[in-house]
Design a protein around this ligand. Structure first.
Ligand code: HEM
Length: 218
């Protein structure tokens, strides 16, 4: 059982407005990213389908967020994926990456337009070169929630993402989404992996811009 404070209302008194200075293990994700060689293995009626994809990711610093005494710094992200063969979006995803400096808690929220959301958690130090977060169906704290059809036909039982940072500034992810596909005995592991290269540096978060503009006027 985690030791939470008795006072659940009082927010931290001194909050640094500059998110980019407080992102800990998420700092190296901030900015815009692109990659051409993602690999997806997804479930199809004829068996697993393997596709190569093109990916763009924006990771935008947000203002510090407090749940009473719990303070998060984070990024709002949007992932857009295409393939060479088709114009239609192959995968779209939005959410937040959050870090709680006081405890090392890392969170990822994920929403995809299949009618599916999840909240994954893990732990990392500020200078980590690797992070893992996981979510499990049925958990009320760090769980997965899907439409009734997905629960019936493609039930998502587990989600895991590992992020590895590289010396040249790029980073890779490996995702395992374990599905229980109706009519199949064995679980299907829907896998995705890619290495992202930076296309633009991040902008400061809105509050940091306001504070900087005020300081420039004074
Ligand atoms: C880079 C990331 C991902 C890509 C490129 C991707 C792509 C795909 C594709 C192409 C399909 C087959 C679609 C179809 O047959 O209509 C699929 C199925 C599915 N994906 Fe993903 N996916 C990704 C990540 C995820 C994640 C993170 C989740 C959930 C946590 C997820 C959940 C599902 C589910 C439940 C299905 C089965 C539903 C269906 O086939 O209609 N996917 N994915």
């Amino acid at each position: 059982m985690l030791a939470f404070p008795k006072d659940i209302f009082t927010e931290p008194a001194h909050v640094d407005p500059n998110t980019l200075d407080n992102l800990g293990p998420l700092r190296r994700l901030a900015g815009s990213w692109q990659a051409r060689k993602g690999i997806d293995v997804n479930p199809k009626a004829a068996g697993p389908e393997r596709r190569v994809y093109i990916e763009r990711i924006d990771m935008v610093p947000i203002d510090p967020q407090a749940n009473g005494p719990q303070l998060f710094y984070g990024l709002r992200y949007h992932i857009h994926i295409n393939t060479e063969e088709e114009d239609i979006t192959f995968h779209d995803q939005v959410g937040y990456w959050l870090w709680e400096p006081a405890t090392g808690l890392v969170l990822q929220t994920l929403a995809i337009p299949r009618g599916q959301v999840l909240l994954a958690s893990g732990q990392a130090t500020a200078d980590a070169s690797r992070m893992v977060v996981t979510a499990e169906r049925g958990q009320t704290e760090y769980g997965i929630c899907s439409t009734a059809f997905l629960e019936y036909a493609f039930r998502t039982d587990r989600y895991r993402i590992e992020i590895d940072y590289h010396a040249d500034g790029s980073w890779s992810y490996a995702i395992e989404t374990v599905l229980s596909v109706r009519g199949q005995d064995a679980p299907f592991v829907h896998r995705d992996q890619n290495t992202l290269f930076k296309t633009a540096e991040p902008q400061p978060n809105p509050l940091a811009k306001i504070v900087a503009a005020r300081a420039a006027k004074a």
